[in-house]
Design a binder for this molecule. Structure first.
Ligand code: MN
Length: 265
């Protein structure tokens, strides 16, 4: 089907598109006034300690290879490489209440499912090209999280120079505890971060060993994307990532936050 340049139907559609783009509704919403959604999609939220409110999640950003010893074990030179980021789908969040052990399903397709214990920063304000010295002003609070990884799928895709999204972005791939407000905890720039499996310590490091600090990550991310309220950032894992199997109990620790406990089922 060919389209005439002066097709009146197309002109009308274009004009309508311009009108929509100029309206305030167009910013972040394609929903016309009065239209109702075909069905409801649940909003993803994270509990906030000491608050009746919850934190709505917009995007989940993650930094790769952000502790020198982990960068080396993944085959990178930690002194040379700029930071890189990836995303998990927002609905990969699995909320884990302190004092409970959440059942975490072993995902499909993998035979090498890895733990990565990480500090998570939650943003209350956004911005573009945020200077490092102002970057922490964007942070609302912090949580302890696991960047669960189907390592065999990640490595297999990387070896073929294909996107390794399938290794990182899947259902339940982002277990985490509740958010603690900065006003209550301060910022996390140092302190122990560790993970044990069945009582045996696997990962054990210090937040001060991050190659790129949370402030630097925010600054870098904001050069690539406009950050927005509700964005959360997984700030990288220390060395000694490794596999888990069904029945394993993972206990994550970050100084100043309650433990994160999950059981692989
Ligand atoms: Mn990670």
């Amino acid at each position: 089907m060919s389209e005439a340049p002066q097709n009146p139907t197309r002109r009308t559609a274009l004009a309508a598109g311009v009108a929509l783009a100029a309206s305030p509704l167009a910013a972040g919403s394609s929903q016309a006034a009065g239209a109702t959604p075909l069905f409801d999609v649940p909003r993803v939220t994270i509990p906030i300690v000491g608050s009746s409110q919850v934190f709505p999640v917009r995007r989940i950003y993650c930094i790769g290879r952000n502790y020198a010893a982990h960068a080396i074990e993944r085959g990178s030179d930690p002194t040379r490489e700029p930071p890189f980021f990836f995303q998990k789908p927002t609905d990969a969040v699995q909320n884990v209440a302190p004092g409970t052990t959440a059942d975490h399903p072993y995902p499909s397709l993998t035979k090498n499912y890895h733990h990565e214990i990480e500090l998570v920063a939650a943003l209350q304000t956004g911005g573009r090209n945020v200077p490092v010295e102002h970057a922490l002003d964007l942070v609302y609070g912090y949580a302890i999280g696991l960047d669960m990884t189907r390592r065999d799928l990640q490595n297999g895709m990387a070896a073929e120079k294909k996107p390794w999204e399938i290794g990182k972005s899947f259902d339940h791939a982002a277990p985490l505890g509740p958010i603690h407000k900065v006003a209550q905890t301060g910022h996390f720039t140092k302190g122990a971060i560790s993970l044990s499996v069945n009582g045996v310590v696997r990962q054990n490091s210090d937040l001060s060993k991050m190659i790129w600090s949370v402030a630097e990550q925010i600054a870098q991310l904001s050069a690539a994307f406009e950050l927005m309220p509700g964005d959360i950032i997984y700030s990288g894992t220390p060395e000694n990532v490794g596999p888990v199997v069904v029945g394993d109990v993972l206990v994550g620790h970050i100084d100043g936050l309650p433990e994160l406990r999950v059981k692989i089922v």
